[in-house]
Structures are given as C-alpha cells and as structure tokens.
Ligand binder design. Structure first.
Ligand SMILES: Nc1nc2c(ncn2[C@@H]2O[C@H](COP(=O)(O)OP(=O)(O)O)[C@@H](O)[C@H]2O)c(=O)[nH]1
Ligand SMILES: [Mg+2]
Length: 253
C-alpha cells in the first residue's frame, strides 16, 4: 500500500521524555490561560490554498496540521477552536476540499503561526487513484514541510484508528520521535459513556507513539480549553536562544 508501512509496532521511546504537559495546568516556561489561547485561535484567517506541498508558500512561523478521515469531526473541531464558522466554509469551497488550506493566526495582524487543514481521507466513494494521490500529497507534506511544528490527528473513538490513520501514523512516527508535537483528538466524546471515554483514552495513548491524547466534544464543549492551550504552547515555545544573544564586543583598534 505504501512505502511507509515498514514499522509494524508502535513503540514508546521511553528514553525520550515527552516534552508535553500534564492534562491540567502546566509547568513549562510559557504559561497562559485558556482564554488567551482561545483569543489567539479566534484570529484565524484564510491565508491560501494549494493542491499539494510544492504550491504552498514557504513560511517561517510554526505550522500546526489537522488531519483525519472524512467525517471524523475535523471541520467542527477547527470551527470550535477558532470560534468561527467561516473557516470550514473556506475549506469546503469547490476545488478546495482536496487541497491543503492554510489559516494564519496572530494578534494585531502579525502572523505568528499557521493552521493547515489537510484533506479528509478514507471516504469510501473516492476512486482508488485519488486515494493514492492523497497518500502522496499527505506523506510529502508531513515528511518535508519544514515549519511543521505539530500534527493533530482527529479520530472518532467509536471507529478507532482506520487503516489510513495507521498509514499516517507510520509516516509521521520518525518526526514525532525526533520531537515533532503530536496530538490525537478523540472527537464526538459526547457519544461515549464515561467508561467508554476512559477506555478510548487509554487505548489511544498506547497507539499514539508518545503523543498527547485528548477527548473532545464540540456539542458538550469538552476538551476545548486544554487543546487550545496545548496548541498555543506548541506555537509559542520558550525561546532559550535569547540568552545566547550577546552585545557585540567593543573593540578599539
Ligand atoms: N455529537 C457530536 N457530533 C459531532 C461533533 N463534531 C462533529 N460532529 C458531527 O460529525 C459529522 C462530521 O463532522 P465534520 O466536522 O463535518 O467532519 P469532517 O469531515 O472531519 O470535517 C457532522 O454531522 C457533525 O455534526 C461532536 O463533538 N459531537
Ligand atoms: Mg470537513
């Protein structure tokens, strides 16, 4: 099916401590309230659309990619996080559904991050040719997009990981092991009982290869603050480099 299926098992790289946060609060350098994170996400604006990686502009701000099978709840999740209906509309415009759609984020008109909405996959009626094309576009983007800082995989926990989700996990695993942030959002959690939620969460944690997993419901508004905060933190990492800036030496020759 693809050249990316060479790693059959999900291994937890215990030697690499996950840099992410515990589920509540946080202890990393940059601490903000969910309101700040949501205010930031609300600034999302349609930036551009492209049929594949090579037509996307090269950007030097952090990019967060949203991926998932069709109907997983990706558009609803993006709309909920950005508190905007227009964004999914932008991605639904004819010709754009199979495109990578970029949305800029940033206060005072200064873009400090970008959301990338990737085409949904796994829709049964799609011809095989198009499925293969999707895999190539997706793999190419996920493997080589330089400013990609995080991947958010939307998964309907009632269906679990599909074959194409597994392909995607295989594709991103090397980058996740190198430190790329990874989050699985278990969507439509309102459809599950408490016990089912707990079970879905622990199963997905085993499959997420060291990434984060969160329950999310647009209707019950579960997980919104947590996911928003996590994305803000990933887009605004502490900047250790600053301390290395030194004043130029005064030399009198
Ligand atoms: N109950 C419930 N339904 C949801 C939720 N999120 C999405 N849906 C429904 O799931 C379907 C697919 O959602 P959509 O966002 O279009 O999925 P996409 O194809 O991944 O973009 C729609 O009928 C949504 O109304 C949720 O949190 N709870
Ligand atoms: Mg959609």
């Amino acid at each position: 099916m693809s050249q990316f299926n060479s790693l059959p098992t999900m291994t937890h790289p215990n030697s690499q401590p996950s840099p992410q946060l515990p589920s509540t609060g946080d202890n990393t350098a940059q601490t903000i309230s969910p309101a700040v994170a949501l205010g930031w996400l609300h600034t999302a604006k349609f930036l551009t659309t492209a049929p594949q990686l090579q037509f996307l502009p090269a950007l030097d701000v952090p990019e967060i990619a949203f991926v998932g099978r069709s109907n997983a709840g990706k558009s609803t999740c993006i709309n909920t996080l950005t508190q905007q209906k227009q964004l999914a509309f932008a991605s639904k415009k004819p010709g754009r559904t199979q495109h990578i759609n970029l949305f800029s984020l940033g206060k005072q008109g200064i873009t400090d991050a970008v959301l990338a909405d990737l085409p949904g996959y796994g829709y049964a009626a799609v011809p095989k040719q198009d499925k293969i094309r999707w895999q190539q576009v997706m793999a190419n983007y996920l493997i080589t997009r330089e400013n990609l800082k995080a991947i958010v995989l939307m998964c309907d926990p009632r269906h679990g990981l599909t074959e194409l989700d597994e392909v995607l996990l295989d594709v991103v695993r090397p980058r996740v092991e190198e430190g790329l942030n990874f989050l699985v959002i278990l969507t439509k959690s309102d459809k599950l009982t408490r016990a089912e939620q707990t079970k879905a969460l622990s199963i997905m944690k085993l499959n997420a290869g060291g990434g984060e997993v969160r329950l999310f419901s647009a209707t019950k508004r579960q997980g919104i603050d947590e996911v928003a905060t996590l994305l803000w933190q990933w887009a605004h990492p502490a900047s250790p480099a600053k301390t290395q800036m030194q004043a130029p030496e005064k030399t009198i020759e």
